[in-house]
Design a protein. Structure first.
Length: 253
């Protein structure tokens, strides 16, 4: 098991224990063998310590060599990542069309999970507050994400800054090369891709998200966020791939 998954497991387990312990301080959950308020407090404390340990575990760097994809070219070094894939019974061109066309409304639980991510607060249109009927990648690239690469019928890559220093702002017209070269302290930049490749009688679809923090402070700041939201993020990616499969299966719309 990788250090990443150990950290996520510690955080998730710790948060569950904090919740159960806090409830038991008010009303002991005897069915879970938390028979008294002091024991509930002890469970909550143990959960808090596990969560803190998970949040502070180091995030080692990964380096890609040689580069094989556009994502490799833009983020060849990273500390955080997730990778998911599926197989579609359709040719690559039709599958890639589905990748570009899938909407938030087609991705199960997307709006629920993104609403939780933004704590239920309303806000402007963004990938975390996407209209149901518009292609989700289109929404992303007009509301904060930069289109980094688009290789027809093969790969699309988008990127954004997820941690920035106080008072900083991107250039008025950011470019993919600006994103690739950015290495100033205090930033964390994220990139996500979809790749479609022929595989037997169908097509393999993969999506990967990577995050590179440019210094230790940005790495610690993002690690705390990533390890809390990772289970929801992974579920969204799996549901996203399923929506692509279902759109391909439905044929032209």
């Amino acid at each position: 098991m990788s250090l990443h998954f150990i950290a996520v497991l510690l955080v998730d387990t710790g948060l569950v224990l904090v919740l159960l312990g806090a409830v038991s301080v008010l009303r002991p959950l005897r069915s879970l063998k938390i028979r008294s308020r002091p024991r509930g407090a002890a469970v909550a404390t143990a959960g808090a310590l596990l969560t803190l340990l998970g949040l502070t575990l180091p995030a080692p760097e990964v380096r890609v060599d040689p580069t094989r994809s556009e994502l490799d070219r833009f983020l060849p070094v990273y500390q955080f990542s997730e990778h998911h894939e599926s197989w579609v019974e359709a040719p690559p061109d039709r599958t890639f069309e589905a990748v570009l066309a899938v909407t938030a409304g087609e991705i199960r639980l997307f709006r629920t999970l993104t609403s939780i991510r933004r704590l239920g607060r309303p806000g402007p249109e963004s990938i975390l507050n996407a209209p149901e009927q518009l292609p989700i990648l289109e929404v992303a690239t007009r509301t904060g994400f930069l289109l980094l690469a688009h290789e027809i019928d093969h790969e699309i890559v988008i990127g954004t800054l997820v941690v920035t220093p106080a008072g900083s702002s991107p250039p008025d017209a950011p470019t993919p090369e600006w994103f690739r070269a950015l290495s100033d302290p205090g930033y964390a930049k994220a990139a996500m891709n979809f790749i479609v490749e022929p595989d037997g009688t169908g097509t393999r679809v993969t999506t990967e998200t990577r995050v590179f923090a440019t210094d230790s402070a940005a790495r610690r700041r993002f690690a705390a966020y990533w390890r809390v939201i990772y289970p929801g993020s992974a579920l969204i990616r799996r549901m996203w791939l399923r929506a692509i499969e279902e759109r391909v299966g439905a044929g032209p719309s």
